[in-house]
Ligand binder design. Structure first.
Ligand code: NOJ
Length: 765
């Protein structure tokens, strides 16, 4: 009998009690599932599975073409096909396009004994073919609706290409811009990070995973990867409970509460335990305490790397530790598939552990509707119609404009006049069509971004002269290739100077190439790479009216520019529509409203530098001697703080009103503030509310973001904005990882950045 029919009959006719011990004493298992029908289906299917087939569901193979990690020694295409046919593969990653996905799915559902469909994963990080700004840039918009829409469009395109699972959102908080992967997250703040995590999860997954344009999301990298020591990729992490619970975990918890279907663990160790081996994080905290019902996938061969970390002596031990710890699926590590069956047979790993993992994986496949139609995502009509849609490009442009941050505009060079001006456009990134697409894109076409030059040329009223000046990188680079920035030729600088001499405004597009940030792109310098600083200063000597447009995947330490250049715009890597977005902002057709999601340091020596730091015991220089918390060679303040960003107009905040006065820790505190647009343009500000808990049983940060709202104001208008603070905002995690609320005095600050100085206070009894 056809195996699909056979297991259908079984789950229709028999109410099979799953025999695994769900309340196993040592290892808390998936229990009390909300979705009973799915559970029954999963249980009945599992009753038919051999141990080998179960372990197969815990095995995730990379496709046969692209790699997004080191190429493993094992795993020829032949082995993979062979395993696929045996039903020993639960999912594949980096297989894309309806034709290719259909090919592997067909093997899974037509050639294996039980016909269990594959889950197909892909790094859909900031778009599939149509690229939105890099995630850090999107975070600068603080616009949760737009961010959700961006994820939704990404899901629509990916789903049309056969993909049903994205390895996103990355919700790692990081305070270290040396770490290249900050481009992939939402910055330094757990509150903003949690809101964005929720928006992205909902964007990818929508309200109904059964639809053919929604895909399962994956909160990664669980946990603390963003705290890699010295910002060095794949490095050790040693942080305390307070930072773990108050800073690192909140966005993961938010993702879990938003119903994210999967988590990915991380490459780092955490306080001595490689994360894939951490039972505490995966099984005890995530699955038991938080009640997460989905599955945890390892990062690329991270189970294997438990051996390199020196925490397991061989693959057998790594497989044992990781499975017991709650890593449910092994990504391209060949550890589970080679070791788990024997480990169970030898009685070293109990089968309930395997059952729990498999149940989680199968459940997500059911929720995706793959058992009803394994080819649900393999529709060529959708592939043609939905990928690269005009509407997606329109949304990408909207998102890109919202992501731009204006750092400086002292002489009001911006917005540019639309007519009669001579403009020089200078810099190695000004005409680049590849770099602005950013890192972490493996499905889009190279060299397809609208360059800044192209964007500027759509405005016909001015003359634009372009000079590259210098090269930024040598040769072509890609997601998997080291970037060679060792350029030495100064030949073009002369021409750039000549062009700059005779114009009204110079727009310089400088910064990092898109592939200088992302995975494995840690930097020890945060300046303008290569000869760009030299070019900037050479041009400045002949024309000081410079608008510096930064391209960057992380905060940069640009102290000289910040002191000397009158206008600075953070242009990140804004994706497919980069040039149009930049031009529309420079010309004032969009009034910039972005706010930094990460502090810009003055120098590398200040790192880690973040707004929600502790006060220390010696915060101020009160006696005019040296004995206070500072550097002798640099001030404590950052170059630009978290939450900072200007507009072409100005906003004034006044009149904080706290309704009521006698609050207990159970009360809600309602706060309002007035915001006025006192400048010359209509505009939007992000009103931000910070609290300071003055005395805590665990020391509290000097400020913590606890509310924000985007406020659109016509010039001359005033609006009242309301915030509500409750336990969730007053409380914090103590050093046992318990959430507590303590009575006491609180200060609040409201304004347009983390430096806001409009202040009020209240007391909680
Ligand atoms: C390694 C990265 O750390 C992870 O984020 C990504 O999803 C996988 N490779 C798969 O490409």
């Amino acid at each position: 009998m056809n195996s699909r029919i056979s297991h259908t009959i079984i789950y229709l006719s028999i109410i099979l009690t799953f025999t695994g011990n769900l309340n196993h004493k040592k290892y808390s298992m998936l229990a009390n599932q909300s979705d009973d029908t799915v559970n029954k289906k999963v249980d009945s299917l599992m009753a038919l599975m051999t141990l080998e087939e179960k372990v197969g569901q815990m095995n995730l193979y990379n496709g046969f073409w692209d790699v997004t990690g080191p190429v493993p020694k094992e795993g020829s295409a032949k082995t993979k096909y062979d395993h696929l046919r045996k039903g020993w593969v639960g999912g594949m990653l980096n297989v894309k396009g309806v034709k290719n996905v259909r090919k592997v799915q067909k093997i899974a559902v037509e050639e294996t004994r039980l016909d269990i469909p594959l889950i197909i994963g892909f790094d859909v990080i900031h778009g599939y073919k149509t690229l939105s700004p890099i995630p850090l840039a999107e975070a600068a918009s603080w616009d949760l609706v737009a961010i959700e829409k961006s994820a939704r469009n990404a899901a629509t395109e990916a789903a049309a290409a056969g993909i049903n699972w994205t390895f996103a959102p990355m919700v790692d908080i990081s305070r270290d811009p040396r770490w290249g992967r900050v481009m992939e997250g939402a910055g330094e703040d757990p509150y903003l990070g949690s809101k964005i995590a929720k928006a992205r999860v909902h964007g990818f997954q929508g309200d109904d995973l059964k639809k053919d344009n929604t895909i399962a999301a994956c909160a990664k990298h669980f946990a603390a990867y963003g705290f890699a020591e010295a910002g060095k990729e794949y490095n050790t992490v040693d942080i305390g409970t307070s930072t773990l619970f108050n800073t690192v975990l909140p966005p993961f918890k938010a993702a879990s509460e938003s119903g994210v279907k999967t988590f990915m663990n991380s490459f780092n160790d955490l306080n001595g335990i490689p994360v894939s081996a951490s039972k505490y994080l995966q099984r005890d905290l995530l699955k038991t305490k938080w009640g997460f019902e989905g599955f945890v996938v390892s990062d690329w061969a991270s189970i294997n790397e438990i051996i390199s970390w020196g925490h397991a002596k061989d693959k057998k031990e790594a497989a044992k530790i990781a499975s017991l710890a709650g890593s449910d699926m092994d990504m391209e590590g060949y550890v589970y598939i080679q070791e788990l069956v024997n480990l169970v047979k030898e009685g070293i790993v109990e089968e309930v552990i395997i059952n729990d993992a498999v149940k989680r994986v199968l459940k997500v496949k059911y929720q995706l509707g793959l058992f009803e139609d394994p080819y649900k995502y393999c529709n060529t009509k959708n592939e043609t119609e939905r990928i690269g849609r005009k509407a997606h490009l329109y949304d990408a442009l909207d998102m890109a404009k919202k992501s731009i941050v204006l750092l400086k505009n002292t002489t009001k060079l911006l917005p540019l006049k639309k007519e009669g001006q001579k403009i020089a456009l200078i810099g190695p990134l000004a005409a680049d069509k590849n770099s602005p697409l950013g890192s972490w894109r493996t499905a889009s076409d190279d060299h397809t971004a609208i360059s800044v030059l192209e964007g500027m040329k759509t405005y016909k009223g001015n003359s634009v002269k372009y000079a590259k000046g210098i090269d930024l990188i040598i040769g072509e680079t890609s997601f998997i290739k080291e970037v060679n920035i060792n350029t030495t030729s100064r030949d073009g600088i002369k021409e750039a100077i000549e062009v700059a001499k005779h114009v009204d405004v110079v727009v310089m597009v400088l910064g990092e190439h898109g592939f200088q940030s992302g995975e494995a792109r840690s930097r020890t310098q945060l300046d303008l790479p290569g000869l760009q600083q030299e070019l900037l200063e050479a041009v400045y000597k002949v024309n000081k009216d410079i608008v510096l447009v930064l391209n960057n995947g992380r905060p940069l330490a640009i102290e000289w520019a910040s002191e000397n250049i009158p206008s600075i715009v953070v242009g990140w890597q804004l994706g497919s529509q980069t040039g149009n977005a930049i031009a529309q902002v420079l010309y004032g057709d969009y009034n910039p409203s972005g706010k930094l999601p990460m502090t810009f340091p003055r120098s590398i020596g200040q790192i880690p530098i973040y707004y929600n730091h502790k006060n220390t015991g010696r915060a101020k220089n009160v006696e005019n001697n040296v004995f206070w918390s500072h550097y002798i060679d640099q001030e404590n303040t950052p170059l630009y703080p978290f939450g900072f960003g200007l507009s072409y107009t100005q906003f004034a905040y006044k009149n904080i009103i706290i309704k009521g006065s006698d609050f207990s820790i159970n009360d809600a505190v309602n706060i309002s503030v007035e915001i006025s647009n006192i400048g010359d343009y209509d505009g939007k500000d992000v009103a931000q509310l910070y609290i300071r808990d003055l005395v805590g049983s665990v020391t509290r940060p000097v400020r913590e973001l606890k509310g924000f709202e985007l406020v659109l104001l016509k010039k001359g208008d005033t609006k009242t904005v309301e915030f509500v603070l409750t336990k969730k905002e007053f409380g914090f995690y103590n050093n046992n990882g318990d959430f507590i609320i303590e009575p006491g005095d609180f200060e609040i600050y409201i304004g347009g950045s983390s430096n806001a100085n409009l202040k009020s206070e209240f007391t909680l009894r």
